[in-house]
Design a protein around this ligand. Structure first.
Ligand code: HAX
Length: 424
């Protein structure tokens, strides 16, 4: 971890000075304007804060520290975490050092399992996951050091210490919840010699003789790591962390947003939808049948999960990466076949429907079918997997926000009367 911290220690003053200069020379220059419609539209499109870990372009999708996603599908989740933080992929020694640091903090405290055991038997896995994270808040290095008067210059380091400790535990927490909630037997201990994804696969206890599930989870945890700063989960965690709430509070706040059906929960909703198609047609329908099925759903006032996006205006490269994985590894699977057929049918249906600004698939359209194929069939668990990965983005963003001294988030709201009096 020393090399990661040293890299950040070198980079922080450089960016601090850059920003100081930028503000002093160009601080008054406008980068965005807000219309009346935007004020009523979830702040869509307003450029109002900074996130350097990644950016999302409408026609290319996710770009992590300058690298388009589809150029880095071979990268490990641990490597992408290093990249999000530093803008550089780690060399072998730096990667091993980070993995070693993770392996020191794998164990979820026993009180967490006791709390989770007391939850209702049908509790949603996301509720259990977020409760587990929040329950560990008392472990926070940031909280402890802050209480003792830590200087501002050290905030980022304490956030990083918390972040590493928390991230290290998330595969164990997620896998333990899977086994508890779906009655799969005793928890399986983490193995300090395995990588992040390998540990997860081992701890959920699914067979993986081919090693393909391990490969899928490496891809899965990499692809979901970050999606710039304005999505619900990133923005919620950014806002909470800006009050100097520690990463346990801030990550669980973000993940509570990820648990919404218009955001991360869409992955469970999407597989539910795909399985409903399979059950309705006893297998793979033809295009016309599927088209009609989609229209029925839209006419019923429901969205097509896995399609549409607030920023993207193209097929999500994360979707393309998952589809490629499926094409390379899966043959003759009805569930994956329906995902493929939906991609051929839904964009046209949504265009004719005329509401969604983006008729293309997003990340959640394909991931569930792959997990299902490899035996992870309990789809209300899927958002936990998204969460394990997305926590990397939230933590990376938080480290930099504290390093740059970004103050408490407090935009100004206005009343409808104020808007009327301003525009008429
Ligand atoms: N099916 C049906 N209608 C859709 C639609 C879809 N997939 N996507 C958008 N629309 C509708 C909206 O509900 C909205 O309708 P109203 O005017 O009646 O309110 C209209 O089209 C305009 O919406 P938009 O501007 O295109 O989309 P938003 O930026 O408001 O919302 C969403 C973006 C992702 C929330 C939206 O496309 C949606 O609900 N998609 C389905 C759910 C989903 O897949 N969510 C996951 C997104 C990716 C993600 O964050 N993953 O975590």
């Amino acid at each position: 971890m020393n090399s990661l911290k040293n890299e950040l220690k070198n980079q922080i003053p450089v960016l601090q000075n850059d920003i100081k200069k930028l503000i002093s020379e160009k601080g008054e220059q406008k980068i965005s304007e807000v219309t009346v419609a935007q004020a009523y539209s979830g702040l869509r499109g307003i450029k109002a804060f900074v996130c350097d870990t990644s950016s999302v372009s409408a026609d290319k999708g996710l770009i992590i520290r300058g690298i388009p996603l589809l150029e880095m599908t071979h990268v490990l989740p641990e490597e992408v975490f290093y990249l999000l933080l530093t803008g550089k992929l780690p060399n072998k020694a730096e990667l091993q050092e980070l993995q070693k640091e993770f392996s020191k903090h794998l164990i979820v405290p026993s009180y967490v399992w006791n709390i989770l055991k007391e939850m209702p038997k049908d509790a949603h896995p996301m509720t259990m996951f977020n409760t587990g994270i929040l329950a560990m808040q008392g472990e926070s290095v940031f909280y402890e050091k802050y209480s003792k008067g830590m200087p501002k210059t050290e905030y980022w380091e304490a956030v990083l210490d918390d972040g590493i400790r928390l991230l290290a535990k998330l595969p164990s927490l997620g896998a333990g919840i899977y086994r508890m909630r779906f009655k799969k037997g005793d928890r399986i201990d983490a193995d300090p010699n395995k990588d992040w994804s390998g540990n997860f696969v081992n701890m959920v206890g699914l067979p993986d003789e081919s090693g393909d599930l391990h490969k899928l989870m490496q891809l899965y945890f990499m692809l979901h790591c970050d999606h710039e700063g304005g999505n619900v989960s990133a923005f919620a965690s950014h806002t909470v962390a800006s009050a100097l709430s520690d990463p346990y509070y801030a990550v669980s706040a973000g993940l509570n947003g990820l648990a919404g059906p218009l955001h991360g929960l869409a992955n469970q909703e999407c597989l539910k939808f795909v399985l409903s198609v399979r059950d309705e047609f006893k297998g793979l329908p033809n295009s016309n049948q599927l088209k009609e099925y989609c229209w029925d759903r839209l006419n019923n006032g429901q969205v097509i999960p896995g399609y549409g996006h607030a920023v993207l205006r193209c097929p999500d490269p994360r979707f393309s990466a998952f589809v490629k994985f499926g094409q390379d590894h899966i043959k003759n699977d009805d569930v994956f076949g329906i995902v493929d057929l939906l991609f051929k049918v839904v964009p046209d249906v949504l265009q004719k429907h005329g509401k969604a600004k983006n008729p293309w698939p997003n990340v959640d359209a394909a991931s569930g079918a792959l997990l299902y194929h490899y035996g992870l069939k309990e789809f209300n668990f899927y958002t936990v997997l998204f969460s394990i990965s997305r926590s990397m983005g939230m933590i990376s963003q938080m480290v930099w926000e504290r390093a740059l001294g970004i103050p408490i988030t407090r935009p100004k709201s206005v009343t409808t009367d104020w808007i009327k009096s301003s525009v008429y």
